[in-house]
Design a protein around this ligand. Structure first.
Ligand code: SAH
Length: 215
């Protein structure tokens, strides 16, 4: 039986056109992945961009950091470096530390700024103790750009601790009783959950949109 295509959700216009938070995908894990995993990661980045592009209310910024190694080479070789034409994305060869380091020019004022910038950054990871309650405008959420088939437990958590930034996990255990509290998802799954939360302001809906209930 044929099903009618789902109607497209209209994008929001006006001052609420975007949700004023930034998503960073940290691509600083090239040395931890096999060639196949780099390829999987790059597909996940493509799906992520696609969701960003189609979002009813997209994040104000989608930034990819540490684009400098094997992931860079793979993206350059893919469809004529299509990533360079992904609208509304930003790419840094430097790590995300530049978010706060760029304010460090030795004056007292800029030191204050450095601290507050860092306070507004949250590294998302399934290994975090803290559970994400809501996304706040003005905050920056980092997703680890790695496909590691669960080899590296606490990798992103330890990176967040080393950089003295907050960390949080998605509230999976609270809403999906049949799944482990610390279930590890892919980059695009996490992005889809965040973008659906912005649209619905409802974690249950956002989580089920990506991980449908078993029939
Ligand atoms: N071993 C890696 C897992 C990579 S999964 C780690 O140390 O995190 C890819 C990324 O998706 C993670 O780095 C994290 O940013 C995000 N992610 C996956 N599952 C998550 C969850 N349950 N809560 C929050 N973020 C999650």
């Amino acid at each position: 039986e044929l099903q009618a295509p789902k109607p497209k959700k209209p994008r929001i216009s006006g001052p609420d056109a975007k949700f004023g938070a930034r998503i960073v995908v940290d691509l600083g894990f090239d040395d931890k992945m096999s060639d196949r995993e780099i390829i999987s990661l790059c597909s996940q980045l493509g799906y992520t961009y696609n969701s960003h592009r189609k979002a009813v209310q997209p994040f104000s910024s989608l930034l990819f950091t540490s684009l400098n190694g094997r992931t860079f080479t793979r993206l350059e070789g893919q469809s004529n470096a299509a990533y360079k034409r992904w609208a509304g994305t930003e790419w840094w060869t430097e790590g995300y530390e530049r978010l706060w380091d760029r304010h460090q020019d030795n004056s007292v004022e800029s030191t204050v700024m450095t601290c507050s910038e860092r306070d507004m950054v949250v590294y998302l990871t399934a290994d975090a103790e803290e559970e994400l309650e809501e996304l706040k405008t003005g905050d920056t959420y980092i997703i680890g750009g790695i496909c590691d088939h669960n080899r590296y437990k606490n990798l992103c958590l330890n990176k967040a601790k080393a950089h003295k930034i907050r960390s949080a996990r998605l509230p999976i255990g609270k809403y999906l009783a049949n799944l482990p509290t610390r279930k590890v998802l892919t980059v695009n799954q996490v992005f889809d959950i965040l973008v659906t939360w912005v649209e619905t302001r409802d974690w249950e809906k956002a989580l089920y949109a990506v991980m449908p209930k078993r029939k």
